[in-house]
Design a protein around this ligand. Structure first.
Ligand code: GDP
Length: 528
């Protein structure tokens, strides 16, 4: 960058007070509610309900494209920043529901920690598990928050068993509920030994007032329930920072986001235990320290967020150095300069111009058509290139054809661009030919996004026909003939040269494997 050098120690100090994380959960576990409660707790917004536009509440998540409005869902990953005491918290949204897609996974390339949010009645759910896999694969430490304890649900110890047995993650509770779910009396704070009781604030409009009871007071008032909580929590280990950061244990908290219960504990835990931004390995494994000159990783590119401008925003996580708006940085993939005059902090609908950002912060760069997920930007004088974005295991497949065959040039150019940006994976085979590639995606919404962009951006309206596959396995050329002879199995080539075999479901896969144990059919790990 052209800006005057900034003292490395100042950058390191800014980095060390930052916590950058995402909430991983299954739809309806309470992610939006928790996001609001966290922001409210940190007192950035006076009134919960201003963060996400759900159920008629005032929304600040950008709505883009007609189809988003029609569906009433948000496609945008909002990055929310707020101060909490001396700390700066960056909370990245992981799109869920129907907008679950590769972008949901990619967000995890930009965080230092994740909060796994569980519904007390449901425990571990499929989408949570998928996201947890990516965290594990990337070595991201995970805190666990059990939500909705105000409602009847599972036993606290049963939830601990699920964590340990199903995903091999040892829970180390910081708080423990007094009273079964649905008969929630308060939280045992393991460190102080006290009990926190809350004056509930229905609707999440105010922070619940918290009162502390000494162990004697708690025993007197809640006798049996207090003693049960004490006995139960004794069965479990205490928090251990090293094993948490290594991904073997998870600090566990309980609460009810809708009433702001337990949310303060969660914030405090993030500040105390979650790792701050730290040195990041480049593509060759060498570490780039946070106090080295500016570098950033593009983890998501959003097209057409602003209808009036038809712009493209690249979301960048600052990895090292100080970002200053207006500086010219280098796009590592092309070696070309990239002007950052239009950098924005994305706080929902209102785009504030960001002037300065530090490691862990998220900036949005507009007019970023040259940038794609996985790209690195760096200060001119200090080049670096981080590892690119992995492709993820697709679960949805569709054949794509141009409606007007006279526009095959536009069609091919569009498909190439979508593949390049990582919007969808493009799978080809000789049999289907170039005019009918298969688009593969983590979430079906990517098909709508692709069709919309092919028509409006590249001038080629398309027809998409869904294929009955839900599973891809990596295979090798030698196995091709055997797989081709199987019915309902298709072998295709991905853009990076990988050969994939597509199956309708895991039963079909299992039957092929049983008959041909010699075949190579490797799972595509989420995040690999
Ligand atoms: P998301 O899909 O994960 O973003 O979930 P939401 O935040 O939209 O919450 C889903 C539903 O659960 C909403 O009706 C919330 O009001 C409700 N909810 C969220 N947190 C709690 C909680 O702590 N207790 C109860 N009883 N309901 C909650």
């Amino acid at each position: 960058m052209t800006a005057a050098p900034v003292a490395a120690s100042a950058v390191a100090a800014e980095a060390s007070r930052r916590r950058t994380f995402a909430v991983i959960s299954h739809p309806d576990a309470g992610k939006s509610t928790l996001t609001e409660a966290l922001a409210l707790h940190a007192r950035v917004i006076g009134n919960a309900g201003a963060v996400h536009g759900k159920g008629g509440r005032r929304g600040v998540v950008s709505d883009w494209m007609e189809m988003e409005q029609a569906r009433g869902i948000s496609i945008t990953s909002a990055a929310l920043q707020f101060e909490y005491g001396d700390n700066v918290i960056n909370l990245l949204d992981t799109p869920g529901h129907a907008d679950f897609s590769e972008d949901t996974y990619r967000v995890l390339a930009a965080v230092d920690c994740a909060v796994m949010l569980l519904d007390a009645a449901k425990g571990l759910e499929p989408q949570t598990l998928k996201l947890f896999d990516v965290c594990r694969h990337r070595g991201i430490p995970v805190l666990t928050f059990v939500n909705k304890w105000d409602r009847p649900g599972l036993d606290a110890l049963a939830i601990c068993d699920q964590l340990e047995e199903r995903i091999g993650l040892r829970p180390t509770p910081l708080t423990w509920p007094v009273g079964e779910s649905g008969h929630f009396r308060g939280l045992l704070d393991r460190r102080s030994g006290e009990m926190a009781v809350f004056e509930r604030a229905p609707g999440g409009v105010r922070i619940s007032a918290e009162r502390r009871l000494t162990p004697d007071e708690a025993a007197e008032t809640y006798d049996g329930e207090w003693h049960t909580a004490l006995e139960e929590v004794q069965l479990l280990d205490h928090v251990d920072e090293a094993s948490f950061r290594a991904g073997r244990t998870t600090p566990l908290l309980f609460g009810a986001a809708v009433n702001n219960i337990g949310v303060g504990h969660l914030l405090q835990t993030l500040v105390e235990l979650a790792p701050p931004p730290s040195a990041r390995p480049d593509a060759s494994g060498e570490l780039r320290d946070v106090d080295e000159p500016f570098s950033g990783l593009v983890f998501k590119v959003q097209a057409g967020m602003d209808k009036a401008h038809r712009d493209r925003v690249a979301f960048v996580r600052v990895c090292s150095g100080r970002f200053e708006r207006g500086a010219v940085v280098t796009h590592a993939a092309t070696g070309r300069p990239f002007a950052t005059k239009y950098a924005q902090a994305l706080f929902g609908r209102d785009r504030d111009t960001v002037e300065i950002a530090y490691p862990g912060d998220i900036i949005g760069l507009v007019n970023a058509s040259a940038l794609r997920p996985g790209d690195t930007l760096h200060a001119r004088e200090a080049p670096v290139e981080f590892a690119g974005m992995p492709s993820f295991a697709p679960e949805h497949f569709a054949v794509c054809r141009a409606r007007d065959t006279g526009r095959s040039k536009q069609f091919r150019r569009g498909i190439q661009q979508l593949e390049h940006e990582g919007v969808v994976q493009v799978l080809r085979s000789e049999l289907r030919g170039d005019a009918a590639p298969i688009l593969a995606a983590v979430g079906p919404l990517q098909f709508d996004v692709s069709a919309h962009r092919l028509e409006h951006e590249f001038g080629s309206a398309v027809r998409l026909d869904r294929l009955p596959y839900s599973l891809a396995r990596r295979t090798r050329a030698d196995d091709r003939a055997t797989l081709d002879a199987e019915h309902d199995v298709e072998v295709v080539e991905r853009g990076d040269g990988a050969l994939l075999a597509l199956f309708s479901d895991r039963w079909r896969l299992a039957s092929v494997q049983r008959r041909h144990p010699e075949l190579m059919l490797e799972p595509l790990v989420a995040g690999a």
